[in-house]
Write a protein that binds this ligand. Structure first.
Ligand code: TK8
Length: 335
């Protein structure tokens, strides 16, 4: 009996040691997590989810603090802060990364994805991961893609139902050559501006219009300064959650793992939340007085044809194989 008790005691002690060895290595950390949209947006809700999830997984040791409305800077300013190690995390458009990794422009070519399911499969699959991995040598860690969404046009001049209606409209686009080429070939005057300057530019009529997913048109209150909404869905726009590589390299393996897990959980939350919100957004915008135009498939096909120079230029500048690869991945999902 005594032997048995001893053996049990030893077993318990060993289990105790094993337990303490296994306890995850989390240090108290404050993570500044910047983003461009309002706190009350699909982006803001997902950052909040990430922060809560990470705190839960680490017993409150790792604290992410969200900074909304570009209060830490525009997308490109935050990217540079991450590279320099002055900020830990952010989420923003992949489109604004083209100054760092040119290949990201491939996602901005119009009418590639037919639906969200195709986008999820390609972004979470080898193609999306390969592109994200290219950020490492530039000082950024690409953790997960979130959904920004299919982009639609708004403006104050006139309802846009066909290409000709875009003629001469001064349209804010993201700071990305694919967008500039695309909208110029549609007949608009593309004006690249950071998102953080967009509301004021619309309000002061520096530009006549812009293009963004309906969720953003709602959460950024563009309906206050824009009359016409055209459902063009011309580009599926991803967001990417980024970490500073400088900072990341100083984390323990457990810390990296738990951040990655929380990032994946936030992705699942964000996509579901964004899709639910998008279904309601069009009605909300109508109630706010926006006039909504559904663009016909024939007109969308004309737009796709007109956008050919953007594809050609991206190809000529070394992106031909990348376009083929992406289209190949989409075809695989479509089957
Ligand atoms: C937010 C931007 C925004 C994007 C844009 O910082 O700039 O129009 O769609 O989501 O990244």
């Amino acid at each position: 009996m005594k032997k048995l008790v001893n053996a049990l005691a030893i077993a318990l002690a060993l289990a105790g040691i094993a337990g303490s060895v296994q306890a995850a290595d989390y240090k108290p950390r404050i993570i500044r997590f910047g983003y461009g949209l309002a706190e009350d947006s699909n982006q803001g809700r997902a950052v909040k989810f990430f922060a809560e999830d990470l705190a839960k997984r680490t017993d409150g040791k790792m604290k992410a603090k969200g900074f909304a409305s570009a209060s830490l800077g525009s997308d490109t300013q935050m990217q540079n802060a991450l590279i320099g190690g002055a900020q830990e995390m952010m989420v923003g458009s992949t489109a604004t990364l083209v100054g760092i990794v040119k290949d990201f422009g491939v996602y901005d070519l119009p009418f590639l994805f037919n639906n969200e399911k195709e986008a999820d499969a390609v972004l979470d699959g080898p193609f999306g991961q390969k592109l994200a991995a290219k950020l490492q040598e530039k000082g950024l860690v690409g953790l997960v893609y979130w959904e920004n969404g299919f982009r639609n046009l708004t403006n104050t001049k006139r309802p846009v139902a066909k290409l000709e209606d875009l003629q001469g409209i001064k349209l804010r686009v993201m700071q990305n050559p694919v967008y500039i080429d695309m909208f110029n070939s549609f007949g608009a005057n593309a004006v690249p501006l950071p998102f953080s300057e967009l509301f004021t530019a619309l309000e002061t009529k520096t530009v006549d219009g812009q293009e963004n997913p309906v969720n953003t048109i709602q959460s950024s209150k563009f309906y206050e300064v824009q009359k016409y909404l055209s459902l063009t869905k011309h580009v599926y726009s991803p967001w990417i959650v980024l970490a500073s590589k400088k900072w990341w390299d100083g984390l323990s393996a457990d810390e990296k793992k738990v951040i990655q897990e929380a990032a994946v959980a936030s992705r699942e939350f964000e996509r579901k939340d964004s899709r639910e919100a998008a279904i309601k957004a069009v009605d909300f915008l109508k109630q706010k007085g926006m006039q909504v135009t559904v663009v016909s498939d024939t007109e969308l096909a004309r737009m796709r044809e007109k956008a050919k120079p953007a594809f050609d230029k991206f190809s000529a500048e070394g992106g031909a194989d990348l376009i083929k690869e992406l289209q190949g991945e989409i075809t695989k999902v479509r089957k």
